[in-house]
Design a protein around this ligand. Sequence first.
Ligand SMILES: Cc1ncc(COP(=O)(O)O)c(C=O)c1O
Length: 423
Amino acid sequence: MMLSSVRIASRRAAAVTGRNLVVLRAASTWANVPQGPPDVCITEAFKADKFPQKINLGVGAYRDDQGKPYVLPSVLKAESAVIAALMNKEYAGITGVPEFTKAAAILAYGADSSALDRLAITQSISGTGALRIGGAFLARFFPGAKTIYIPQPSWANHAAVFKDAGLTVEKYAYYNKDTIGLDFEGMLADINAAPNGSAFLFHACAHNPTGVDPTPDQWRQIEAAVKAKGHFSFFDMAYQGFASGDIHQDAFAVRHFVAQGHNVALAQSFAKNMGLYGERIGAFSLVCADKAEQKRVDSQVKIIVRPLYSNPPIHGARIASLILNTPALYEEWLLEVKEMADRIITMRAALKANLEKLGSKHDWSHITSQIGMFAYTGLTPEQMDQLAKEHSVYATRDGRISVAGITSENVGRLAEAIFKVKG
Ligand SMILES: Cc1ncc(COP(=O)(O)O)c(C=O)c1O
């Protein structure tokens, strides 16, 4: 008798004897699955708080000045047009909707980029999926050590994605907690200390969680160090346009590296800059040496994608594609991205101004010199606990606040709370 039949038979016997509950539990296939750690979920504590003026600075998504989720008008128009076109729901190819990936590549690398005609690109399940495909590609084909260096700190999911893809994860210095800024010397030292030909992950703009980005001049020096060591660069660009409000400025690092001859890997997300979070729309691309290499790489990307999810969803790709390929919608979208970025920048300035008005002697200049959705306040975990318990202000214990959760209405109260906790 096969093992599975033995198990079923013993369950039946147990049911007959009336001891089924106990025996079934003991025989459960998943009896030894350990409990994972709880999600770092501030939403629960936020929900439980009954104070009407509570503030949630933990969300990783844009909110308008009323604190509401925001659907971009250009997205609404594109979506209406997609629905009105009554298109069929056939599968996309393995690498997705071609009009979307072509336009995504132009958006990232620039319309005149030398990379475009030697680029292997695939649509992905947003930025996370792009990182995962890239991780799997490196795990299979990267000729150096199967290790990727990520910044310390980095987006919490980076290490998990790359480890699950089969890579070893190492950290390079990035953040200086004394200056609440970039540890530029430490970063260069770690780039120089890594074995020649290592793989490095860089946040293209709006570093998450710190909001600290290298300046263009620092990027130039980073590029020179990376080139001198023969390292490979993998860019994660989850916030193009969302950081400065200018899609070209935010793509500076990627484009500079490509112009200097680096055949980079790139993960793109349209979650933030188009507000298409739940549509899961992104792209993974690899700049290749030439057309022949591009063909070979493309074939292997397909071999990675096919057994993972066969082919990607079409709805978000159609929306993004229509925006990127329709001049009037594209112009409208650029303005909306800038509006979102500007609101964030305005809220940073307002928070700093309010803290100064209250008489804080602390230097808050990092609030406005940092960029993107997140700000590192420099508050300790204990101070963050105090913010939550005494002031109903919720954010992660590492001191990171989502500036998207700040509004014209709550910024004054937020500043008062931070002032009371930090001085
Ligand atoms: C740095 C960074 N990379 C990638 C992502 C991926 O997000 P998504 O999979 O929603 O595109 C995020 C989202 O917060 C991020 O902050």
